[in-house]
Design a protein around this ligand. Structure first.
Ligand SMILES: [Zn+2]
Length: 179
């Protein structure tokens, strides 16, 4: 029989009571386990294809909305550069009410030069997205790849301006967690 006494040390964090532990689990910044990740949700930054939208700008805009940092886990610039902004099991801020069971991936763009929703992904972005998704599927083989607009209850919008199910759905189940 396990008999715990508090305070406990849980991976460097001191837990003062069982109540505190449960509260942190409930409202905490982390998802519980890799099985928690049910969706890999794709977004666009809804910026014009001829405009730069840097990580710094993204961070500034998300902070202005009250987020601690960038709400997505990953951001893919037009040149294919990928940056990570949240830990893999950290709860993001990109698609309510699915933030506790998803990973958010955003590509720079999504609007044409006149501001209309368009698939503006460059070849390098496509390559980087596919590579990232395959990698994430190895870690979360049960996850489904979705576009923001495919999520039930999501605010009607065009994001990510392409059919993510049609383009990436085939990848689900092809990755093995052993790699
Ligand atoms: Zn979105």
């Amino acid at each position: 029989m396990i008999c715990e006494t508090y305070p406990l040390l849980v991976s460097d964090d001191e837990v003062l009571s069982e109540r505190q532990l449960l509260q942190e689990q409930e409202a905490g910044p982390r998802m519980e386990a890799t099985e928690s990740v049910r969706y890999l949700i794709l977004h666009c930054s809804a910026t014009r294809t001829d405009q730069d939208y840097t990580v710094r700008q993204l961070e500034r805009d998300h902070r202005a909305r009250g987020f601690r940092t960038v709400g997505y886990h990953f951001y893919v610039r037009r040149d294919g550069e990928v940056t990570q902004h949240r830990h893999l099991l950290e709860v993001g801020a990109h698609c309510r009410p699915y933030n506790r069971c998803s990973i958010g991936i955003c590509y720079e763009g999504g609007l044409d030069t006149d501001g209309r929703p368009t698939d503006t992904r460059t070849p390098r972005q496509r390559e980087a997205l596919q590579h990232l998704l395959l990698h994430l599927l190895r870690l979360f083989p049960q996850a489904r790849i979705m576009g923001h607009r495919d999520m039930a209850g999501a605010t009607p919008k065009a994001c990510p301006c392409f059919d993510a199910r049609r383009e990436y759905g085939w990848m689900e189940g092809t990755a093995t967690s052993s790699i």
